[in-house]
Design a protein around this ligand. Structure first.
Ligand SMILES: Cc1cc2nc3c(=O)[nH]c(=O)nc-3n(C[C@H](O)[C@H](O)[C@H](O)COP(=O)(O)O)c2cc1C
Length: 187
């Protein structure tokens, strides 16, 4: 069967793409604006290059067509802390996908514990075993209502038990397969 993407509506395109390009990593992004901490998950997320160390994450608009809070915050502050999720914090991650008012904090509302690692970046989610501290690099324009942002990784937190002296990292991140979540297991 050939699927002609021009003949698929938006939802069908999302369904077939997101169930085919699998698993997708999840960026659980913490941003801060005027002291309000925002957290939300994004799975249109992928590494781009190791030199410069960059990732891309595509962020859309809210129902009222205004940019999602994460997008607005990154464009304003040029900073983002990308946490990785695991099985233990999946339920909290799902809660942070709820669209709240810009001046309401998912971190406060859902009582998510965070820890400050670097003075000049938003805090990371304490239950995550690794986080990327990123600065805004550039944005792309695709002509739709989603904005791909290129972010540059400046520093990374990795829990001591997850890295050895040769920089081998062992994390138990979860990813997204269609609308479901999956553990990434090595074979
Ligand atoms: C696992 C998961 C992945 C998601 N991926 C994306 C994505 O890549 N891009 C996007 O715009 N929204 C994505 N969403 C929806 C956002 O998380 C949701 O719109 C959230 O409310 C945005 O919050 P904010 O306005 O605080 O930034 C995803 C939701 C879930 C649960």
């Amino acid at each position: 069967m050939i699927l002609d993407y021009k003949k698929l509506d938006d939802l069908s395109r999302y369904k077939v793409m997101s169930a085919s390009v699998v698993p997708r990593p999840i960026a659980w992004i913490v941003t801060e604006d005027e002291g309000i901490l925002n957290a939300a998950p994004f799975s249109y997320f992928i590494p781009l290059s190791s030199n410069p160390a960059t990732i891309v994450v595509s962020i859309g608009v809210k129902e009222d067509d205004t940019p999602k809070d994460t997008l607005a915050n990154i464009l304003k502050t040029k900073k983002a802390t990308i946490c990785f999720a695991n099985e233990n914090n999946l339920e909290k991650l799902k809660l942070t996908a709820t669209s709240l008012d810009k001046n309401e904090s998912e971190i406060e509302k859902y009582e998510i514990e965070v820890k400050k690692i670097l003075d000049d970046f938003p805090p990371m989610i304490s239950s995550s075993k690794s986080a990327l501290f990123c600065t805004f690099h550039s944005r792309l324009s695709l002509g739709g209502d989603t904005t791909p942002l290129i972010l540059e990784i400046q520093q990374q937190f990795v829990c001591d038990e997850c890295i050895d002296e040769k920089n081998h990292i062992n994390l138990d991140n979860i990813g997204r397969v269609g609308v479901s979540f999956a553990k990434i297991v090595k074979i």
